[in-house]
Write a protein that binds this ligand. Structure first.
Ligand code: GRG
Length: 311
């Protein structure tokens, strides 16, 4: 199933943004079907938390992270069902992080993915439990034999996702972000915060395809490098959209960072400077893909899409 991609040609510039939008839409539909199966409605006294988990995960979202898992896995011809399970696990972690980020104790938001946030639609305690349930279900999914026949691969996936989501990754980034409310961060500190808070999970999404495909160390490192630069470009685009986007298009409150006086790539570099910083990250991300040749064309197109996206 797995095979080395290192001896393939290096032409990857035929990447098209419209193809990314179509592929994202198609993958989102497949991810949604997978999530629907993994998050069945429950019976009994505990049904409310299952309902809140479904509410937080199934209603919307671009599904960019699962798409990255699938696009990376495609480089190694990983069976689609396995990639979708790993992508669904990452999306569960992402959805949990949004539920907890929106809580009154954190960002206190009312709107997410175009609908009332989980704690508004249910209640605060249920939203906390729904996040906990999604966090733990993600690892249950990765640890199951349906994700990969080889227990060592399942172990690598589980450990990788745990590291990306935990205190040295997303949770650590959230801690830095909360602590930064009372002081202004510079470019290095903002870059470190980004690499942990949003970058770690995006990087793991890219790496997961290489783990599933039992890629060589060099191939896995190339996808990790690609993921780091892509994650930076994604965050810069998010900062730009926070200034330039609308609540209707984004499905969440915009202008919050500026209103809170928080430093972002845009406040530090200006709009044009931030976009240039993001484009440079995209160029670096694409350069990492040379080892994969034509097979990485969708990943190259995705990098360009991420910085130019409108929502
Ligand atoms: C609470 C442990 C914990 C972590 C929260 C990621 C995060 C950490 C909070 C989200 C805050 C935020 C709005 C960050 C900016 C970048 C980002 C992650 C945006 C949301 O991701 P998208 O655009 O959302 O992929 P969709 O809804 O499309 O999935």
């Amino acid at each position: 199933m797995a095979r080395s991609a290192s001896n393939r040609p290096t032409r990857i510039e035929d990447a098209r943004l419209t193809d990314v939008e179509t592929a994202l839409r198609e993958t989102a539909a497949a991810v949604d079907a997978t999530l629907e199966r993994l998050l069945p409605a429950a019976q009994g006294a505990e049904a409310r938390v299952a309902e809140a988990m479904r509410y937080a995960t199934l209603a919307g979202g671009k599904r960019l992270r699962p798409y990255l898992v699938v696009a990376g896995a495609d480089v190694f011809d990983v069976p689609r069902a396995a990639a979708l399970r790993a992508g669904a696990a990452v999306e569960m972690i992402h959805s949990y992080s949004l539920v907890h980020d929106d809580l009154p104790a954190m960002d206190d938001d009312d709107l997410r993915r175009g609908q009332p946030t989980c704690h508004v639609a249910f209640d605060e305690a249920t939203a906390i439990l729904a996040g906990d349930g999604l966090l733990t279900l993600a690892f249950e999914v990765l640890a199951a034999p349906e994700t990969h026949a080889d227990p060592a691969v399942r172990c690598r996936l589980t450990a990788g996702l745990a590291a990306a989501a935990g205190a040295r990754g997303m949770v650590g980034g959230q801690m830095i972000d909360l602590a930064a409310k009372d002081r202004t961060l510079g470019l290095d500190a903002i870059s470190h915060l980004q690499a942990l808070k949003t970058g770690a999970l995006i990087t793991f999404s890219c790496e997961a395809g290489a783990i599933l495909g039992e890629a060589t160390d060099d191939e896995r490192a190339a996808l990790v490098g690609y993921g780091r630069d892509l994650g930076l470009a994604f965050q810069i685009a998010d900062d730009l959209l926070d200034v330039e986007g609308s609540e209707a298009a984004m499905g969440k409150a915009v202008g919050k960072d500026a209103n809170a006086g928080k430093a972002t790539f845009v406040s530090l570099l200006g709009g044009a400077g931030a976009r240039e910083h993001g484009r440079a990250a995209v160029d670096r991300a694409i350069a990492r893909l040379v080892v994969f040749g034509d097979r990485a064309a969708p990943l190259a197109a995705t990098a360009r899409f991420v910085i130019d996206r409108h929502h």
